[in-house]
Design a protein around this ligand. Structure first.
Ligand code: NAP
Length: 435
């Protein structure tokens, strides 16, 4: 692959106009500034046609994809792949073995083009965690079969990927993902359940796209990351843990059998894991702020509060259940976040909907992409129906009110609360956990 060899890096960016996409382009400029040739050969985006055109002009890219909206004015010689399958068509048209694909589209939409890139023999710099949550078994099997690395870009997983260089897999006792705790870390449970999108979109340490920002506020993001870690590092649920670390300086830790803990630290800036993934297995001079040790006085950690943030427990539940339960969780969550941002359901209702989907939607074993597609469709339909049913003030099956902003939704403790105090925990109410 070009990332190994010192040859020019050929790069395709899926989701180039987003937060990760923009940071990736900053890293490309930085690498070019260092005299490292990077040829950006493809860019895919959702609806930001004008921004896509500007990126194409700046980077000299000829192959582009736009999922929705009007075609922008493009430089002469550009090919634009349009429609929902535009990113997939772009990969088919341009990807060559060894090209690095930055998978930075948001959500399940990123799965098909990422799988196609793997099949073409492209190393994947993986930001799009939903791909592994929905179809981890397929994605990791395809990568192993084609012999291409999945290079984690998610900061926690990139940190652990780096820490794992310190020992052999058999020497690892467990890994620990850190969580900032999001904007509601100190909020009371009642206020939290009715928190408005304007507050949920204010992340204290990271500037990210809206979907992951909401996931971080509910801590569903950490559930997604537990599942992502399971697939990336081939670890069972009980060897993956999470801890709250509000400063977002320590991104991940690996505990080894001898008791040593290796951690990766850096100020919260996604350019570092992006550069690390694109440079792997080299380390190049960085373009992110450095830690100032003269100002760092303490590193604070606290346990995850599973009563206030029950979403995170669903990650372990899915790892234990396997099959298409990850596809169900992912699709249910995407629909729940959409409904919340549209003002259709309350903040607390999002996690309830995902938990209900995991209990109610059939999640058979996963043997093909068809299984994932079907489970995804069932879960979306379930959440859309439940969210619509709960509007404007109906009470959910479990006695939880779904009205956005309703403080009356908060009084009864959720029957789906989890009581966990360490890795490998299970929901107190799920009959399927621990399987
Ligand atoms: N942001 C972070 O710091 C961070 C950290 C770790 C992991 N991640 C993960 O990285 C992924 C991207 O996150 P983000 O924060 O960068 O999201 P974002 O800012 O919302 O950007 C998403 C990108 O995907 C594009 N897109 C959406 N639907 C598409 C489609 N059907 N075809 C092609 N492109 C499409 C968007 O295009 P438009 O702009 O035109 O809509 C945009 O370029 C997510 O999976 C997230 O969980 C992000």
């Amino acid at each position: 692959m070009s990332a190994h060899s010192g040859a020019p890096l050929r790069l395709i960016i899926l989701g180039s106009t987003g937060s990760i996409g923009g940071s990736t382009l900053e890293v490309v400029r930085h690498r070019r500034g260092m005299g490292r040739a990077v040829e950006v050969v493809g860019l895919a985006t959702g609806r930001s046609g004008e921004a896509l055109a500007a990126q194409a002009r700046e980077m000299g890219v000829r192959h582009l994809a736009l999922a929705e909206g009007d075609a922008p004015d493009l430089p002469a010689g550009c090919t634009l792949h349009r429609g929902a399958d535009g990113a997939l068509a772009l990969v088919d048209a341009v990807a060559r073995p060894g090209d690095v694909v930055m998978a930075a589209m948001v959500g399940y939409a990123g799965l098909a083009p990422t799988l196609a890139a793997i099949e073409r023999g492209c190393p994947i710099a993986l930001a799009n965690k939903e791909t592994l949550v929905a179809a981890g078994a397929l994605v990791t099997a395809a990568a192993a079969r084609r012999g291409v690395p999945l290079l984690p870009v998610d900061s926690e997983h990139n940190a652990i990927f780096q820490c794992l260089r310190s020992g052999a897999p058999r020497e690892v006792r467990r890994i620990v993902l850190t969580a900032s705790g999001g904007p509601f870390r100190t909020w009371e449970r009642d206020a939290l359940r009715s928190a408005p999108p304007s507050a949920a979109l204010q992340h204290p340490t990271w500037r990210m796209g809206p979907k992951i920002t909401i996931d971080s506020a509910s801590m569903m993001n950490k559930a997604l990351e537990v599942i992502e870690a399971h697939w990336l590092f081939d670890l069972p649920a009980e060897r993956i843990d999470a801890i709250v670390h509000p400063a977002s300086v320590v991104h991940g830790l690996v505990e080894f059998q001898d008791g040593s803990v290796i951690a990766q630290l850096s100020p919260p800036d996604m350019k570092l894991p992006i550069l690390s993934a694109l440079a792997w297995p080299e380390r190049l001079p960085g373009c992110s702020p450095q830690l100032d040790w003269t100002r760092l006085r303490s590193l604070a950690f606290e346990p995850v509060d599973h009563e206030r943030f029950p979403a995170i427990g669903l990650g372990w539940q899915v790892v234990r259940r396997g099959g298409t339960s990850g596809a169900v969780l992912n699709a249910a969550n995407e629909e729940a976040v959409r409904a919340y941002l549209a003002g259709e359901v309350s903040f607390g209702c999002m996690t309830d909907l995902v938990a209900d989907a995991l209990e109610s939607v059939e999640a058979p074993p996963l043997s093909s992409l068809r299984d994932v597609v079907d489970a995804d469709a069932r879960a979306r339909e379930f959440v859309r129906r439940e969210a619509a049913r709960s509007r404007p003030s109906a009470t959910s099956r479990t006695g939880r009110t779904a009205t956005p902003g309703s403080s009356s939704s908060t009084s009864a403790p959720s029957t789906r609360s989890t009581t966990m105090s360490g890795a490998g925990r299970s929901s107190t109410t799920s009959p399927r956990s621990g399987t």
